[in-house]
Ligand binder design. Structure first.
Ligand code: T1G
Length: 654
């Protein structure tokens, strides 16, 4: 029978056949910048797959090509906004079983199904692609393939555990599922998750068509890879995985990676059994507080991306002050593609910052030409010629009001109209610096954190002079350099230093009263902090800690050990000794004394931080509790699995 042209449109899918009998299936999630597999999209796909089965049986269809109709990419996974309802245990296993069965029917189709991937193919999106018979992907800068589920407190639940093991072998598949790291197309091809690369998106259709017509089939991982899932080798692989995961996350805080390893331990030699065991292990994770809080963190950080003036463009940045902060801010901006001029009194002061920049570029950029380009973007500018061309000027010199005022007085007339004028001050009231300007509304604070390359937060400091326009531009700039902006009223300590200081000082006082610093640090980590308060004080620098504490009105007696250490220039990590001795960047810790309930002690330790988070909200330093939660998580690493200090308090966890 001659093939009849087919056309089916549903809310999420478009399916049509061509004269060759090829079926083109396109996903386009309505009202969303990215494609997601909502329950609706999955139900519609069920109907479509039933059609494919019929058409394949009557030989009216020679194959199906699955593509995305969106520029943003293939599919970003299941629809996370539906998860809160799905964590109701009674519906979740049923919903998952249905999707498992659907993906299996796709795999069982007698005709080839080929996925054409560009942009993001994540989570459930990758799982759908893995249920197809062959995968073609665009090998460009934008394609990202992976399983970010662990960041949401779960692991792949649409058959991805077993199918990724089938394709990539247990070691590589488990590694990407446990880490959540996203791969470029080339790397995914290397692991066997993708079968064919094309250079441009417009070649996807052609290559996918060829794959269907030639009945190409993806190769599964060979014995050499599979052997790590077998017999005693599996036990060895499991212990390695547990070791790796334990370095980053505790089981009681982040159970998902451990549950995934357990599943692998049971079924690592049989990918079908792994898929079979997936639902039972997955469902309780989805209903856990950890997963619900991590979803909250995801949506709060997505919310931060919505701030900022739309369409604001930044190409040139001028940084004044090549010290640790100024130099690292300049290097970060250059890494993120800006042309940066870095000004200080002379070349001797600028050179070390350029060297640190080079180190950063080498670490973060893979290819030599990329490193060279970044080096070329970061330019020493002792004469300050860059000011008049810059879209953003950031001052990061010593914390001295007179010096700052003088610098800004000289800048104002040289600036491009509309350019951002910012200070990185951490302690001087913004209004006092701005007062001297002809247009005080122009100056905002952009408060970065040390180390700049590692901490995602930038506090956008708003003075009483500012209008929404300046703040919007500041937030847009932070986003443009890949940082997360949180708008904070100009008030001593802003958000992060304000909440950290009472927490650190309380711990310091406990040490002075004879409690073990090792115990306190271990307790804070057991609670879920990335580092204990004493180690943090040593890392920040005792001199910096003392001056921030004093600015915030905390009294630190001169006869205290803390003051004495500062006087003796024992400043922590940077001087080789503070509360701890430091060797090769590591605190030399003694044994942790026994304690009946470390987590309980941890809770007591973070109480001052949690209390202060409440105060900053009530004083209007940040807009609301959500902003405090996400700001404190981004700025201090506060336990994301608890959803932030205020959420943790609400849940009775802090
Ligand atoms: N579900 C719902 N909304 C999503 C979404 C998703 N999976 N991914 C993105 N969005 C929304 C996002 O909230 C924002 O919305 C908009 O899309 C654009 O995103 C069973 C369980 C894909 C890398 O974890 O990491 O599949 O704010 O501004 O910077 O195994 O979004 O505009 O209203 O961030 O270019 C696994 C999560 C799900 C991916 C794009 N997938 N998304 O970043 O744009 S679990 C994820 C991201 C799963 C199965 C399981 C990023 C992005 P709004 P954006 P972007």
């Amino acid at each position: 029978m001659a093939p009849q042209p087919q056309l089916t449109e549903t809310k999420n899918w478009n399916f049509h056949t061509d004269v060759e009998g090829l079926g083109w299936l396109t996903i386009n999630t309505p009202n969303s910048p990215v494609n997601t597999l909502s329950r609706e999209a999955i139900m519609e796909l069920e109907t479509l797959v039933a059609r494919f089965e019929d058409l394949a049986n009557s030989r009216e269809l020679v194959g199906v090509i699955l593509l995305s109709g969106k520029d943003s990419g293939f599919i970003a996974g299941a629809d996370i906004s539906e998860f809160d309802a799905m964590s109701d245990f009674s519906v979740l296993p049923e919903a998952l079983k249905r999707t498992h069965a659907l993906f299996q029917r796709i795999e069982n189709l007698k005709i080839p199904v080929v996925a054409g991937i560009h942009g993001f193919a994540l989570g459930g999106g990758l799982e759908l692609a893995l249920a197809c018979h062959y995968r073609v992907a665009v090998n460009d800068d934008k394609t990202r393939i992976g399983f970010p589920e662990v960041n949401l407190g779960i692991f792949p639940g649409f058959g991805g555990t077993g199918r990724s093991i089938r394709q990539a072998g247990p070691v590589d598949a488990m590694s990407i599922m446990l880490s959540g790291r996203l791969l470029r197309a080339g790397a995914a091809r290397g692991l066997g998750l993708v079968d064919k690369l094309v250079r441009h998106r417009d070649m996807l259709r052609w290559e996918a068509r060829k794959a269907v017509l030639q009945h190409r089939k993806s190769k599964h991982a060979g014995l050499f890879k599979r052997v790590m899932g077998m017999g005693p080798l599996r036990g060895y692989a499991v212990s390695k995985m547990q070791e790796q995961v334990a370095k980053k996350a505790r089981k009681e805080h982040y159970p998902a990676p451990y549950a995934l390893i357990d599943l692998f331990e049971k079924h690592g030699d049989d990918w079908q059994a792994m898929i079979g065991g997936e639902i039972d292990a997955f469902a309780p994770l989805m209903g856990s507080d950890t997963a619900s809080n991590l979803r909250r963190v995801f949506f709060l950080s997505e919310g931060l991306k919505k701030q900022g003036t739309k369409g604001a463009k930044f190409a040139r940045v001028h940084v004044i002050g090549a010290g640790v902060m100024g130099g690292d801010i300049a290097a970060w901006c250059a890494l993120r593609g800006m042309a940066v001029t870095l000004q200080d009194l002379d070349m001797d002061r600028i050179k070390p910052a350029l060297d640190r920049g080079k180190k950063l570029f080498r670490k973060r950029l893979k290819k030599k030409f990329e490193v060279d380009a970044a080096v070329a973007r970061l330019e020493a500018d002792p004469a300050g010629k860059g000011v008049s061309r810059a879209d953003v000027v950031i001052e990061a010199v010593v914390e001295n009001l007179e010096i700052k005022r003088k610098i800004f007085a000289g800048l104002e007339d040289k600036l491009k109209p509309g350019a951002i004028l910012a200070t990185n001050t951490s302690s001087i009231e913004l209004e006092r610096i701005a007062e001297g300007l002809k247009d005080p509304a122009r100056l905002i604070g952009l408060h970065f954190f040390n180390p700049v390359a590692q901490l995602p937060l930038v506090e956008i400091i708003r003075s009483t002079f500012n209008n929404d326009a300046e703040i919007g531009k500041g937030a847009a700039f932070a986003l443009a350099i890949g940082k997360s902006p949180v708008v904070v009223k100009s008030a001593p300590g802003f958000l992060v230093n304000r909440v950290l200081m009472p927490y650190m000082l309380d711990a310091v006082q406990r040490v002075e009263a004879g409690e073990s610093k090792e115990l306190l640090d271990a307790a804070a980590v057991a609670f879920g902090m990335p580092m204990g308060p004493i180690e943090l004080m040593d890392t920040v620098g005792l001199d910096v800690g003392l001056s921030v504490a004093t600015e915030l009105g905390h009294e630190v007696p001169e006869r205290s050990k803390f003051s004495k250490l500062v006087t003796a220039k024992k400043l922590g990590r940077k001087s080789g000794e503070g509360f701890y001795k430091w060797v090769d960047g590591k605190a030399q810790k003694g044994p942790v004394p026994d304690h009946k309930d470390l987590a309980e002690l941890g809770r007591a330790l973070v109480k001052p931080l949690v209390d202060m988070s409440k105060v900053v909200v009530s004083e209007g330093v940040v807009a609301n509790g959500d902003m405090a939660d996400i700001g404190v998580i981004m700025g201090t690493g506060f336990a994301p699995f608890l959803g932030g200090p205020l959420q943790a308090r609400k849940d009775g966890k802090a």
